[in-house]
Design a protein around this ligand. Structure first.
Ligand code: ACO
Length: 428
């Protein structure tokens, strides 16, 4: 059998190098030995936006982008979406195995115990303007939790890390619900520990005057959406959590970096951007003109395209089924017709077909969230609640990986060479 090595010739020097191949990769640091002259530091690999660079080993999530496969810890996303609860999925991501009934009960109890936030967190949230974007509130408040739990700095202690991870899973829905109430000028509703995780969150968002009639179909649909978002290997926000966490900062600060990354319209903010786009299109008759605009390079078809999925996003397929269940309860979202027609036209258009652009998870999620009663600027908060177990599982994995160090990429310097400082009075 052929050896697992790569032999390269440096044509600058004529020297030949043999580099080991492990797990289908070469180590970028092995390139350092490829040197043209003394002191040049050796060869680097250049990969802006990490198009072809593995930054870690991970046993959490498997994606095959060409075949549209997504698995958490080996379990197909379709099966988890069908049968698992969100906390069961979170446990699976965090611990590596599905919980037994006793383990799940213990985890649920632990989370329930930590759902309250310090009253000063409420005061802190009250300080935001009435029209503050809820993602800005979430990222500020989750970052601020690090000041309430200074023990979270003890990241070398496994038991302590576990406690902070439970605190995050328990408190993020409370903060997210408070942000929702804040934007509507409604009093905050405290956690109810007689309800399950999703039921409690929905109650904290929608309860009025002590009353809320839960709709089990909508609650299960929300739970499925959160499961579909729970992890997605080394995406932008997860890489942010890993990278910031690699400085050994506390997990609240690392997760707030993840929330910041998710906020952007090319990542989690896409679900909000899709709804704004559908509003802008307004009518199916305007779709052809909109598509032409996109093809001419004016804006993007939001909710389309993915760095990894090049055939279809399996989550988008599952979401369409959830949409049917939700719209049966709430009536059709009038924008659905525009979305379906947009998808139909785009999937037949050579521009989108040749670039392998398909609907991603966010193309339909916003329509569902809107039908459930969440405002457009809140959609990404729901994504953040879903993604949290992934962030903290990946954070834990990163810290426990002996191959990892503080994240610190290299650069190709393109600026000026050395030049003397010019006193202010003598500048042009
Ligand atoms: N609409 C129109 N054209 C697009 C789109 C789109 N949504 N996405 C990619 N393209 C085009 C690009 O212009 C480029 O064309 P070119 O080769 O002629 O220059 C080509 O397709 C490749 O696009 P890249 O930007 O190189 O792809 P990349 O992998 O960097 O981007 C991304 C992936 C960010 C998801 C992109 O497809 C996009 O911006 N989509 C819209 C935003 C969105 O829906 N984001 C959510 C992603 S899923 C998630 O985070 C949950």
């Amino acid at each position: 059998m052929a050896e697992d090595t790569l032999t390269v010739t440096d044509n600058r020097t004529g020297r030949e190098y043999t580099l080991p191949i492990t797990d289908g990769t070469i180590h970028a640091t092995d390139l350092r030995q490829v040197s043209a002259e003394e002191g040049d530091g050796g060869l680097m690999s250049y990969d802006p936006a990490y198009l072809n660079t593995a930054s870690c080993r991970s046993a959490i999530t498997f994606i095959d982008g060409d075949r549209g496969i997504l698995r958490y810890r080996g379990y197909p996303i379709e099966q988890l979406a069908e049968d698992a609860t969100f906390l069961e999925t979170a446990y699976l991501l965090l611990e590596g195995e599905l919980p037994t009934a006793t383990q799940l009960q213990a985890f649920e109890d632990e989370v329930r115990y930590h759902t309250y936030v310090h009253v000063n967190v409420q005061k802190f949230l009250e300080g935001f303007r009435y029209d503050a974007h809820p993602m800005g509130m979430l990222l500020g408040a989750v970052g601020a939790l690090s000041t309430f739990y200074p023990d979270a700095k003890e990241i070398g202690d496994a038991e302590n890390r576990h406690l902070q991870r439970v605190r995050l899973v328990a408190k993020m829905p409370t903060i997210a619900a408070f942000a929702f109430r804040h934007s509507r000028g409604l009093p905050y509703v405290l956690p109810r520990n007689d309800l399950d995780y999703i039921g409690n969150f929905v109650n904290m968002t929608f309860e009025i005057g002590g009353r809320h009639e839960p709709n089990p179909v909508l609650q299960r649909s929300l739970e499925i959406l959160l499961i579909l978002h729970a992890d997605h290997e080394q995406n932008c926000s997860t890489s942010a959590v890993r990278s910031v966490g690699s400085s050994q900062v506390d997990p609240f600060s690392a997760v707030s970096a993840g929330i910041a990354a998710l906020y952007g319209p090319l990542h989690g903010g896409a679900n909000e951007a899709v709804l704004r786009m559908l509003d802008e299109i307004g009518d199916t008759k305007n779709i052809p003109a909109f598509i032409e605009q996109v093809k001419a390079g004016h804006g993007r078809l939001m909710g389309f395209g993915h760095r990894v999925y090049k055939s279809y996003d399996p989550r988008a397929k599952l979401i369409k089924r959830v949409a049917d269940d939700v719209f049966e309860q709430t009536g059709l979202n009038p924008k659905l017709e525009i979305a379906l027609e947009l998808e139909r036209i785009a999937l037949e258009d050579e521009y989108f077909v040749s670039r392998k652009l398909y609907p991603n998870v966010d193309f339909y999620s916003g329509l569902i969230y809107q039908a459930m009663g969440y405002p457009t600027d809140y959609f990404t908060v729901l994504f953040a609640l879903g993604r949290l177990p992934g962030w903290i599982s990946q954070w834990e994995e990163h810290l426990s990986d002996p191959e990892q160090k503080i994240s610190r990429p290299r650069q190709i310097y393109t600026g000026e060479g050395e030049r003397p400082y010019v006193p202010r009075a003598r500048r042009g």
